[in-house]
Design a protein around this ligand. Structure first.
Ligand code: KIV
Ligand code: ZN
Length: 384
């Protein structure tokens, strides 16, 4: 595998499913897992087996169902969690246990009520225990985003020595700025002995709308796995959106980073997740929102009609969208109207277009969007 290949760790079924009201049953999770496999993700985080019998079963069934991706199960740095995760993963061809503990001052003092040294001890014990079940053990340092870099490096050094294969550096609260998060990854890369044997991973939350930027900053500084969800769903403001990081790497080849994702399946995967979870995708969502390739102002429509890339940096067919949309509204110009009439099969002269445009604006001021049937009516009224 190329050293610049970024592994896509999809956590739609674990962190994504933590969204209130988005609970999925095993059957729905299996459908999504199969779709993620087709999409080409490298790792599917299938659930948190100790959390409920349903989650245990989902991890087991997904492990049976998918063959290509690694199937991962979450556990706290708690022996019972790790045992249950290992049991749930017994069906998986390529199992990974994801275990970890909070490392920031606030997690250590207030959530876990312990000491930094105890955190390191518990982290090491968890990794060693997980290693007794599976070879592939990912360690997460919860709230790494707000953890002092020197202490974080001590924790990470200890778990590298204990045999962790993947090192997850979550910005759990979405607090970091991109340069700060990138510097954190670079600091670990430069200060932990033996880290080159492991994969550094980003896991960024979106509380300040920076999850995608932070993940890319992490990858530019040495992370080789990005944890993300379809449509960016997840706790609070969500996780890094898979479709965004994948398309950033494709649109900026000079970064030299690439994934195995088949971008043509992004839209249908987005629809599947949105429909299964009953969670609407905001229309202006990058890449997969309804308006991501829609143009409604006259100036933009004129540009796109003349040459698509004047206002579009992605060819919609690349992500599975049929075509760009020219939406007819009161802000549309003659170029868009003529274009739509032509698509509808009308041969309209310039004089006719001037006349139709006046009538069109009257309709457009009454309606949010002028539809094809309105245009057909305008033509038939003109004929009488
Ligand atoms: O955000 C986070 O820190 C997590 C960990 C459990 C990986 O989701
Ligand atoms: Zn998370």
């Amino acid at each position: 595998m190329s050293t610049n290949r970024i592994q896509i760790f999809d956590t739609t079924l674990r962190d994504g499913e933590q969204v209130p009201g988005c609970k999925l049953d095993t059957e729905q999770k299996l459908v999504i897992a199969r779709k993620l496999e087709l999409l080409g993700v490298d790792i599917i985080e299938a659930g948190f087996p100790i959390s409920s019998p349903g989650d245990f079963k989902s991890v087991q069934e997904i492990g049976r169902a998918v063959t290509e991706p690694i199937v991962c199960a979450l556990s706290r740095a708690v022996m019972k969690d790790i045992e249950v995760a290992a049991q749930a993963l017994s069906t998986a061809k390529r199992p990974r246990i994801h275990t970890g503990i909070g490392t920031s001052d606030s997690h250590i003092q207030y959530k876990l009520r312990t000491t930094p040294d105890q955190i390191i001890e518990r982290a090491v014990a968890a990794v060693k225990y997980a290693k007794s079940f599976v070879e592939d053990v990912e360690f997460y340092a919860e709230d790494a985003g707000r953890t002092d870099n020197e202490f974080l490096a001590r924790v990470i050094q200890a778990v590298v020595n204990a045999g962790a294969t993947v090192l997850n550096i979550p910005d759990t609260t979405g607090y970091c700025l991109p340069d700060e998060y990138g510097a954190k990854i670079a600091y670990l890369r430069d200060n932990v002995i033996g880290i080159e044997r492991c994969i550094l991973s980003t896991h960024c939350h979106n509380d300040l709308g920076l999850a995608t930027a932070n993940s890319i900053a992490g990858a530019r500084n040495g992370a080789r796995q990005i944890e993300c969800t379809i449509n960016g769903i997840g706790e609070r403001a969500g996780n890094t959106a898979l479709e965004e990081v994948v398309m950033i790497m494709r649109q900026h080849p000079h970064l030299g980073l690439h994934t195995n994702v088949n971008a043509k399946l992004l839209l249908e995967t987005s629809h599947l997740v949105s429909e299964s979870m009953g969670m609407v995708v905001q229309p202006n969502k990058a890449i997969v929102g309804d308006n991501a390739f829609a143009h409604s102002s006259g100036i933009h429509q004129d540009g796109v009609i003349k040459r698509r890339d004047t206002y579009e940096i992605i060819d919609p067919s690349e992500v599975g969208v049929d075509a760009s949309k020219i939406v007819l509204t009161a802000r549309s110009g003659r170029a868009a109207l003529a274009y739509r009439f032509k698509n509808l099969g009308y041969d309209i002269t310039k004089v006719q277009l001037d006349e139709l445009y006046k009538d069109f604006l009257e309709v457009a001021d009454r309606k949010k969007e002028v539809e094809d049937k309105d245009l057909k009516e305008l033509v038939s009224e003109m004929a009488h």
